[in-house]
Design a protein around this ligand. Sequence first.
Ligand code: AMP
Length: 422
Amino acid sequence: MLYRAPRGTLDILPEDQPYWRHIYDRIHHICALYGYRQIETPIFEETSLFVRGVGETTDIVEKEMYSFTDKGGDPITLRPEFTAGTVRAYIEHGMHTLPQPVKLYSIGPAFRYERPQAGRYRQFFQWNVEAIGEQDPAVDLEIMSVAWQLYDDLGFQNLAFQLNSTGCPQCRPNYLQVLVDYYRGHQEHICEDCQRRLERNPLRVLDCKNEVCQPIIAAAPQIMDYLCQECAEHFATLRGYLDELDRPYTINHRLVRGLDYYTKTVFEVWAEGIGAQNAVCGGGRYDGLAEELGGPPTPGIGFASGLERIVLTMKQQEVVVPALPAPRIFVAYLGPEAKTEAVKLAVELWEVGLGATLAFGGRSLKAQMRQAGKLDAAFTLILGEKEIEAGQVAVRDMVRGEQVEVARGEVISWLRQRLSGG
Ligand code: AMP
């Protein structure tokens, strides 16, 4: 039996790591520019945290969580998203006593039992960013800018925000009533899922992908027309900032997002090149979440971005990333006596910070040279009996194909000079 990675998971192989490393570097750089500090919460939490935080009637909680009872009998869930855990940590560590908003980010895996397809996995990495403790719409603008700056910095073309408001507990129930009444008039024309959504989580009918529901969604009443004054003003202020900054955005009345905790602003960033799953990022405001989790009333806003989708977009858009550092020196040897000297030389190269790849096994010099070539070494150092007797090292310049003898005591400084372009 041949084992394979579990369905919906990916091995991120060494050849893909330059993309990942570049993304991590840019994330840390940009978060520092905006004053966001890193936090890492556990990969699993008590199941009820997600049931309360994400919402009992959401797809995530109903169908997608990796939940189990641990050996002590406690119900545990692998995190399907980061916000619930981050807000839990905010409350647990009394972060409301810090200057607000508390601005945090994390990077790590999340887990959802979904139907795997391109850009949709069961284990995926998210970059998660939250600003907790402030309701000013300028924070909405800031958090959207953080996401935008990463994609722009990575060189993405044709970026656009999708923007909507989901109202608040004051105005949303009113809208939901209007929406449900409208849908009742079309009940025989909607899909089965939407029949169920209408009972359990009516807002979600708006992001149904089923063909039959599309004309009904298109003509549905829009939440914009039902926002209370506070929500309408919040939205108008945010739009004003985006307009001033010339950031392209589309108001998308269907954007409701899959998690219950959103209030007011919701947004996604769409990038070209990743097909149907074209949201590289999604987020929004969650002013009721901290209270829902037993904390003091605390507004908050955040987003999460899937790193696999960022990598897919980078490949599609042919973004060039820097190569990762690799040893430029290969240490080869001829015979057992020379091998000890080769080991000593390699250790010296590692310790002085030049780095090296050491040949192993009893392969022929020719085979060792071939390996050095495959590894793109700039120089191969060759030690044989003759060199050891003479107190020298043979140094082969792999690009020029030239070979010189260098005194053993001078080889480090010789290499340093040559590798720095001297
Ligand atoms: P969400 O937490 O559902 O709002 O998703 C936020 C972002 O995470 C999305 O825009 C995607 O980039 C990414 N994402 C969500 N679910 C998946 C998944 N199953 N596989 C890969 N990326 C995902």
